[in-house]
Design a binder for this molecule. Structure first.
Ligand code: AMP
Ligand code: ZN
Length: 471
């Protein structure tokens, strides 16, 4: 098929025409969430824009296979393998096992995706499912001399590469200081950029998840996950790898290092990175403790699709600042758009010439470095254009395959009515749960949470206290 999609490739640092390895087919990999907490709306900005990339490629005619991992082991609080294990931190916080935490937050993530009309990838693979694949890859790296054992752990030796910093033009020191939030030097490393492939002599004695390996009982590092999982499902040649810009270094840099050392040839041709969502104080992150979630937006009465539209209105390569003021404006624009579409009548005939003309404009917007706000402009222009309502309705339906804004759903109440008796009951239960937690009766606290869940009430512990909402 004709290739006409261009986007910014972090690897070549320019906007390039996308040409897949196999004509008409795309192998797409996305770094999935670390499931130790809810995803914040910044994480979800990345997933929304990756969803748009996938859907626009499909819309234009590619057969896309998308794979996503779920990080349920190995991701430490600093991306450079230092600090606390994130999953363990989540488990301690909630007095649960790591696997309970992983199951709960994986479900919560896909619920958020559902609310935001983000399509579930064709393959979703938790890291804990693939330990044999990690071991196989690490063994291969050991055999080829790219990995070494030190202090009980297995490290990748970055000095064996011709070029390590393939993805970034920043200086080495800038990159390293960027990831060293909590400076902690690992004396086992031969070079400061070496990274852990397998932890055995772990500093986490209480690490719950451990597996046997040729190097002793332990667990995998974070970076090896994505290399091994993508190769398992997409083979040795991948078309596009996605993530947020914070993944460029060290995560994606390390993925390239170990993957290409292992397979002995170029691995992935295009790297697609989404810029961050910031709040007034800077980058939104889960470790900040108090962060914005889709549930919070819902409990404040926002339709999550308003947030999706907010993301689509800005370019994925620009930082985006969140504020409720802008979200309110977007909410008004969204409601107006839905009403405008609802006023169209099934009248007249579909004018195929007009249909094709606008469909091409819409495709061109996405083909031009994923210009989603331009695509929305095409939608508005189309609604204003002189043609039958039936043609417009057909185009709205077609565009919504990519935009996924439920444009044909009609105006609806976003806020659910809350019955006064139910509210009193929930507040009493929240107090009861607080008392149980104070007495360290966590079983009772969990039972109360479940009792509320059965009534369709979801509670969330935040820094400002317990928040609740109807599911
Ligand atoms: P994590 O669950 O921390 O592994 O992150 C999941 C995804 O969210 C990754 O692709 C990150 O690059 C991305 N991400 C993290 N913080 C932000 C942010 N503030 N804005 C946009 N994307 C982000
Ligand atoms: Zn990854």
């Amino acid at each position: 098929m004709e290739n006409k999609v261009s986007f910014y490739n972090t690897l070549t640092k320019k906007i390039e025409l996308f040409i897949p390895n196999t004509d008409g087919k795309v192998g797409l990999y996305t770094c999935g969430p670390t499931v130790y907490h809810f995803a914040h709306i910044g994480n979800l900005r990345s997933y929304i824009m990756e969803d748009i990339l996938e859907k626009s490629l499909r819309y234009i005619g590619y057969d896309v296979k998308r794979v996503m991992n779920i990080t349920d082991v190995g991701h430490l609080s600093s991306d450079a393998d230092t600090g606390e294990d994130k999953m363990l931190k989540g488990a301690k916080r909630e007095h649960k096992t790591v696997m309970e935490i992983a199951a709960f937050y994986t479900d919560a993530f896909f619920q958020d995706c559902k609310d935001l009309n983000i399509k579930r990838p064709d393959v979703v693979e938790p890291a804990t499912n693939c330990v044999p694949e990690f071991i196989q890859m690490i063994s291969g790296l050991m055999e080829k001399g790219y990995a070494y054992e030190s202090g009980g752990n297995i490290y990748f030796d970055t000095s064996k590469l011709k070029e390590y910093y393939v993805l970034s033009s920043q200086s080495e020191d800038e990159l390293l200081s960027g990831v060293r939030d909590d400076v902690e030097v690992d004396d086992n490393k031969k070079n400061k950029t070496d990274f852990v492939l397998w932890f055995t002599k772990s500093k986490f004695d209480d690490q719950e998840l451990k597996w046997d390996s040729p190097w002793g009982i332990g667990y995998p590092g974070w970076h090896i996950e994505c290399s091994a999982i993508s190769m398992k499902h997409l083979g040795e040649y991948m078309d596009i790898h996605c993530g947020g810009i914070d993944n460029i270094f060290p995560h994606h840099t390390n993925e390239i290092a170990q993957s290409e050392a292992y397979i002995g040839h170029k691995w992935c041709n295009y790297w697609f990175h989404v810029h961050h969502l910031n709040d007034k104080s800077g980058k939104m992150s889960k470790s900040k403790g108090d962060f914005l979630t889709v549930s919070l937006l819902k409990s404040k009465g926002y339709n999550p699709l308003v947030y999706r539209m907010f993301c689509l209105q800005s370019h994925y390569r620009k930082p985006l600042e969140f504020s409720y003021e802008v979200l309110d404006n977007m909410s008004a624009a969204y409601d107006k758009l839905i009403k405008r579409v609802a006023s169209l009548k099934e009248e007249g005939e579909v004018d195929q010439v007009k249909f094709d003309e606008f469909k091409t404009k819409f495709e061109d917007a996405f083909s031009n470095d994923l210009n989603s706000s331009m695509a929305i402009t095409v939608l508005y222009d189309m609604l204003k254009a002189d043609m039958s309502d039936k043609t417009k309705l057909a185009l709205v339906k077609s565009f919504d395959e990519v935009l996924s804004l439920d444009l044909l759903s009609g105006p609806k109440e976003t806020e659910k009515e809350v019955d006064a008796d139910l509210e009193a009951f929930v507040l009493a239960k929240i107090e009861e749960r607080k008392a149980a937690k104070k007495e360290k009766d966590f079983a009772k606290a969990d039972a109360i949470r479940n009792e509320l869940l059965e009534k369709g009430v979801v509670i969330e512990d935040t820094r400002e206290g317990v928040k609740w909402k109807l599911n």
